[in-house]
Design a binder for this molecule. Structure first.
Ligand SMILES: [Zn+2]
Ligand SMILES: [Zn+2]
Length: 216
């Protein structure tokens, strides 16, 4: 029976032949170093002469674009690959904030259907999110959830408290009873449903609903 064990020239351990790389130039058809020692040697060489190996990698990649593509695709599907891509993306955004805004804007312009679909699907989510963001930017205290907003609309029977028109004839938006710019907070207690038109007329006035009705 053929000998299945082979001694590594480096570490001297007798190991199974599968522990050695194939090397056609060698009489035995296998490398003299075991896999572990061979890997160690190559990484030491890389460390000592990074530029040479980088160039060699570059050449290999240029010569084997299909293989590179395939292995990159495979890697991109792994957990680690996904993580690395996410990190790289975050890093890029951090280093290129303006470019990111421009790219996002361009994407939205070229994908208006997708943007509209997304908006329709999450209309109320979208409204609460933008209101909460605006409040944050104005340093106002408090947040409200989409559920709180929907509950409030239901409580008022989906009606604009000013003009009395109903959804879906009009679109209700959260109006801050005491405007954020006048020191109002962003909690649900300071919010009433108004249609866009009445909300626009009220703006940041400190005004009762009956007074507001006279203006519309
Ligand atoms: Zn070895
Ligand atoms: Zn109204």
């Amino acid at each position: 029976m053929e000998e299945q064990l082979r001694r590594c020239f480096k570490c001297g351990l007798k190991q199974d032949k599968s522990e050695f790389y194939i090397d056609k130039r060698n009489k035995s058809g296998l490398t003299g170093y075991c896999r572990k020692c061979a890997n160690k040697r190559i990484s030491e060489r890389r460390r000592k002469n990074p530029e040479k190996f980088r160039q060699r990698d570059r050449l290999w990649r240029a010569k084997n674009p299909e293989l590179v593509k395939r292995s990159e695709f495979k890697y991109s599907r792994t957990k680690r690959g996904i993580e690395v891509r996410k990190k790289n993306r975050e890093k890029w955004i951090k280093n290129n904030p303006i470019k990111n805004i421009v790219a996002k804007r361009k994407w939205r312009k070229n994908n208006q259907d997708k943007v509209k679909d997304e908006y329709k699907r999450n209309k109320d989510d979208y409204i609460t999110r933008t209101r909460n963001r605006k409040a944050r930017l104005k340093n106002a205290k408090g947040t409200f959830s989409t559920k709180e907003w929907n509950d409030l609309k239901r409580k008022h029977n989906y009606t604009c408290l000013c003009c009395g028109k109903k959804e879906l004839i009009i679109k209700l938006v959260p109006d801050h009873i005491l405007a954020l710019t006048k020191g109002g907070n962003n909690d649900i207690g300071n919010i009433q449903p108004l249609c866009r038109r009445c909300n626009g007329i009220k703006w940041n006035k400190i005004i009762s609903l009956s007074e507001l009705r006279k203006l519309i």
